[in-house]
Design a protein around this ligand. Structure first.
Ligand SMILES: NC(=O)c1ccc[n+]([C@@H]2O[C@H](COP(=O)([O-])OP(=O)(O)OC[C@H]3O[C@@H](n4cnc5c(N)ncnc54)[C@H](OP(=O)(O)O)[C@@H]3O)[C@@H](O)[C@H]2O)c1
Length: 350
């Protein structure tokens, strides 16, 4: 009897304890479900990142009017701004090799002639035309002349490449007025004006590709480069709005979110996995049109150079804005110190 009642007691206690366990476990189950969803979401995001950067191809350039192989000169035109050096020159060369005729809009006539010659050798048969324009000082008449020079060509691709940064990192209150004005004229107004000249034809033909050279300095506000950073941030907003508008007319728009590339502007001479030469950088862009890489969740943007895409994804997802600002300040302050020392050395040597 004693044994029976003690057994009954144990069963009741067990039942009571399991009821309690069930009650306590509801929030735990919810928490596990939310955790599972977060992990699943991250896994999907990482899978998409890897596929975009390393596996999936971009949209074919034939969609934008590239000539078929063996028919140079028969394709649509590509307009490239700032086309005599660095990234812009590579776009001009590679687009010509891939079946476009190219129209170069840049500052220095002698350099335009040299690039025309270089394209003639690299892509025989491709037509090359150019128009000299200083986007820092261009007036309404200059833009009208540019529009006239482009005329009614069938433009399939526009690369809004021309850009200017600060001579060296500088506190905003010490920025020279002329530098500030030039940066805005080149990075903002030239992009707006040239886009306004070229896109009506694309809309009419319901075909085209507009690429904008964006910068990490636009995505992540960069102290001591505040004017440059602000103009590149402008491009992000402009690009997304334009992208949605033009998508309704079959025109593709993409901002190329770019970290450093070896060039005169970046003043970097040695390439690395993170900082490519213009040639492989541009080849990769042209192979990945429409892919977002590290720019997930940001419509009409792409960070498709593999290490830069990973870098973008990591900073966006894992690093807080406050830390990014103070890190970038320290980084740019150190670059400024070195640039000032170099300028002093050069002044002494003269
Ligand atoms: N390089 C990087 O690390 C990096 C990073 C992020 C974004 N970006 C962006 O990529 C784009 C190209 O940069 P990049 O490094 O290739 O530059 P770059 O090597 O300095 O070449 C600039 C090109 O633009 C032309 N240009 C400069 N000022 C001009 C003006 N006032 N009017 C007309 N043409 C002008 C230059 O012509 P001249 O030869 O006559 O001077 C040259 O052809 C820029 O929009 C830049 O913001 C570059």
């Amino acid at each position: 009897m004693n044994f029976f009642s003690s057994f009954q007691e144990k069963v009741q206690l067990h039942a009571a304890s399991s009821t309690t366990t069930t009650k306590v476990s509801v929030p735990l189950v919810l928490l596990a479900a939310v955790g599972g969803l977060v992990v699943f979401n991250w896994a999907l995001s990482i899978l998409q990142l890897v596929l975009d950067l390393y596996v999936l191809p971009g949209v074919s350039l034939s969609k934008f009017g590239a000539a078929k192989k063996g028919q140079p000169g028969q394709g649509a035109w590509a307009v490239v701004t700032g086309a005599t050096d660095g990234i812009g020159k590579e776009f001009a060369l590679q687009l010509a090799k891939r079946g476009f005729n190219v129209f170069l809009a840049s500052r220095t006539t002698a350099k335009l002639q040299a690039v025309q010659e270089e394209i003639g050798q690299a892509a025989p048969g491709a037509k090359v035309d150019w128009f000299p324009i200083d986007f820092a000082a261009a007036t309404a008449d200059d833009y009208a002349a540019l529009a006239k020079a482009i005329g009614d060509r069938d433009v399939g691709v526009l690369v809004n490449n021309v850009g200017m940064s600060h001579n060296m990192p500088v506190p905003f209150h010490e920025t020279e007025d002329k530098e500030l004005e030039n940066i805005v004229n080149i990075n903002v107004f030239a992009t707006l004006r040239v886009t306004k000249i070229v896109t009506p034809g694309m809309v009419k033909r319901k075909r085209g590709l507009v690429l904008q050279l964006g910068s990490f300095a636009g995505q992540f506000p960069s102290p001591l480069l505040s004017t440059y950073s602000g103009t590149k941030a402008f491009l992000i907003g402009f690009n997304a709005a334009l992208g949605e508008e033009l998508s309704r007319s079959g025109v593709t728009v993409q901002l190329l979110n770019t970290y450093f590339v070896v060039s005169a502007m970046s003043k970097i001479r040695k390439s690395s996995a993170l900082i490519p030469m213009p040639k492989p950088y541009v080849a990769n862009v042209l192979a990945k049109i429409g892919r977002q890489g590290g720019a997930q969740g940001r419509p009409f943007e792409g960070t498709v150079w593999p290490m830069q895409g990973l870098f973008d994804w990591i900073i966006t997802n894992l690093v807080g804005t406050r830390y990014r600002l103070s890190f970038t300040y320290d980084q740019q302050a150190s670059i400024r110190k070195r640039a000032i020392r170099k300028a002093e050395r050069q002044a002494k040597a003269q």
